[in-house]
Ligand binder design. Structure first.
Ligand code: GDP
Length: 306
């Protein structure tokens, strides 16, 4: 997994290389420290994390100088590991439960995010992972605003070998499709129901109403155990502002960070976790069905500073 992440990340090793080239300049002047700061900020680490890393690097240079690139790299590595947070719970909690009548109750997951971030693709890839782990999965196409969205999910369903519950009516109530998906999951004794939602950029109030209604109807049949927010790593700080709105209106339990294969700015992992207070659980590493992996902090940090 580590080599795959390293190979796929557009920034493979870039942050480490860029920083070490500044440290190699010899006596560090104020302008060199500014270059170090710029390098950290341009990796999308965010201001707070950048300050924290700068502080640790300044201390290291004060104590041991800047001739030993291995030590500098190690300080950077340790700071990034702290920032990424090794203790965060990155498991997907999608074990089925038991209904009052003793029947198996599928665990439900809601997948939310702005259009174009890779939501439908992520639902397909996640279904594939869950199926590979032995789960019976049902997909719900609750993005009813674009007819193409349900077709796209259907294609994923066929590819991965899982059933897709959808409405033939464009503009149907997304909550009613989500309800039908949960119902079908219960009837077929499925393990997991994954619901893809619409990602229109509405007002905050409208988004809250729509997701709130979807949640309420789904929870009549089962428990929503995960709400996964999909975020496109290539959109940087802009994408983050939109992501924050989702986190404010619904109880997000994990982040799926997509298109990490096309981003030179791996630091987004740190800034998004800080901004939303939610761990990155999965990363998207390409357009193919197998291009998703659980987020592994250590291999991630190694891959950006290698
Ligand atoms: P949605 O509108 O959020 O449902 O987004 P889609 O699932 O339709 O994805 C939008 C585009 O992003 C498609 O062309 C996907 O193939 C592409 N995509 C999704 N995830 C990834 C990823 O991890 N890496 C890359 N390179 N492309 C991705």
């Amino acid at each position: 997994r580590m080599t795959r992440l390293r190979a796929r990340l557009a920034s493979s090793g870039a942050l480490g290389k860029a920083l070490l080239s500044v440290f190699a300049r010899g006596d560090l002047k104020a302008s060199d420290w500014e270059d170090i700061e710029d390098t950290l900020l341009s990796a999308d680490l965010g201001l707070e994390a950048t300050d924290q890393i700068m502080e640790a690097l300044r201390t290291e240079v004060k104590v041991s100088g800047n001739n030993d690139s291995e030590r500098i790299r190690e300080v950077l590595r340790q700071e990034l590991l702290k920032l990424v947070d090794l203790n965060a719970d990155r498991e997907l909690h999608l074990e089925p439960g038991e209904a009052e009548d003793g029947q198996k109750q599928a665990a439900a997951a809601l997948v939310v995010g702005v259009n174009g971030v890779g939501k439908t693709t992520s639902v397909g890839k996640l279904a594939r992972i869950l199926v590979a782990e032995g789960n019976q999965v049902v997909l719900g196409a609750a993005d009813t605003f674009r007819a193409a969205a349900a077709d796209q999910l259907q294609t994923w369903g066929e590819r991965v070998g899982v059933e897709v519950v959808r409405s033939d009516k464009e503009g149907a109530d997304p909550a009613s499709v989500a309800f039908d998906a949960v119902k079908h999951g219960l009837e077929t004794q499925a393990d997991v129901v994954l619901v893809d939602t619409a990602g229109r950029l509405h007002t905050k109030g409208a988004l809250m109403d729509e997701l709130g209604k979807i949640r309420r109807v789904m929870e009549r049949g089962t428990q929503i155990k995960e709400t996964l927010l999909v975020l496109d790593a290539t959109t940087g700080q802009n994408g983050m502002a939109q992501a924050k709105v989702f986190a404010e209106v619904t109880n997000v339990t994990g982040i799926i960070l997509t298109k990490l294969d096309g981003s030179a700015k791996g630091g987004i992992v740190v800034s998004v976790q800080k901004a939303l207070g939610v761990p990155v659980k999965l990363v998207g590493l390409g357009e193919g069905a197998d291009d998703m992996a659980p987020f592994d902090p250590e291999s991630f940090v190694d891959s950006i500073i290698a």
